[in-house]
Design a protein around this ligand. Structure first.
Ligand code: GLU
Length: 289
């Protein structure tokens, strides 16, 4: 087997919270349990949603928790040329097209065709007029894309029916997460992805892109989300409470418990990670495909 390469890839839309810490810990332990490389990648491609100070807070906490990236920290903001080249390649392959729909016109089309609000109706797929291009969309196929998740098991999606042609470059000129994540996982040689279950249904889109670009598909493990008191997923957008740097050890233990493990006595972080890695390996070590 190739060397395991995993990553933690936070977006700086807010500080590190209990949910993102659980993802950081799970991906870190999984990499250690497989003698792998663990990378930190800052997904800062959306300046409109970036929160000042968030990157510093995330990195400071990871540093204090002694979760060190095995290679220099990677910033997606430095990869814009690579995303442009990838888009160009997909345009040349006729797998991507320019879309001039506004939100309003998409909504009207969806209502007309009786489609759910998350499915793009394909309006611009075969257009021949010269209306200005706003966004660039990936042309999906009417086929089932499936994968075996290490926690959630078998998952499948028909992209045409459930998602529609999805955006790779947004109308405001910024890059979409789907394109950036696929380019960088491939570029960094990431072959094991451990992240939150909110991204489970994004995975078939990423697999479709990987297939079109000739990239191999990593193995996936989507961990349960940390829910807030209101039962909703904690997210930076709904102002999840940032982890207080003076309470990180407690936060680390809560993340560990959230991942389904009991606490155990230990004196310091080194001991904690040693024992936690062994326990993780017992539970998940044999699952690597
Ligand atoms: N940047 C994404 C987030 O913070 C995670 C991306 C991923 O793990 O694929 O939600």
């Amino acid at each position: 087997m190739n060397q395991y390469v995993g990553r933690f890839a936070p977006s700086p839309t807010g500080e590190l919270h209990a949910g993102s810490l659980a993802c950081a810990l799970a991906s870190f332990l999984d990499a250690r349990a497989h003698n792998g490389i663990w990378l930190i990648r800052i997904e800062n491609i959306d300046p409109l949603r970036e929160k000042p100070g968030a990157i510093e807070h995330q990195l400071e906490l990871l540093e204090r928790l002694e979760m060190h990236s095995d290679r220099p920290i990677f910033y997606q903001s430095e990869r814009l040329d690579a995303y442009q080249k990838t888009l160009k390649k997909l345009v040349q392959q006729k797998l991507v097209y320019g879309c001039s729909c506004s939100r309003k016109s998409i909504k009207e089309q969806q209502q007309l065709l009786g489609l759910p609000s998350n499915v793009y109706p394909g309006t611009c797929r075969n257009r021949t007029d010269n209306r200005a291009i706003r966004a660039w969309r990936f042309k999906v196929k009417n086929e089932t894309i499936s994968f075996q998740d290490r926690i959630c098991g078998y998952f499948e999606q028909n992209l045409e029916k459930e998602v529609g042609d999805f955006v790779l470059k947004r109308a405001d000129g910024f890059w979409a997460y789907q394109l950036a994540v696929v380019c960088d996982d491939a570029f960094q040689g990431v072959n094991h992805i451990v992240r939150g279950q909110d991204l489970l249904d994004n995975t078939p889109r990423q697999i479709a892109l990987q297939q079109s670009l000739g990239f191999s598909t990593p193995s996936y493990m989507h961990i349960p989300l940390v829910l807030g008191e209101d039962g909703n997923k904690l997210s930076k957008q709904n102002n999840a409470k940032p982890i207080n740097p003076t309470e990180i050890e407690q936060a680390l233990l809560s993340a560990w418990n959230h991942l389904g493990f009991n606490s155990f006595p230990c004196d310091d972080l080194t001991q904690f990670y040693q024992r936690a890695t062994l326990l993780w390996k017992e539970k998940y070590g044999l699952q690597i495909i």
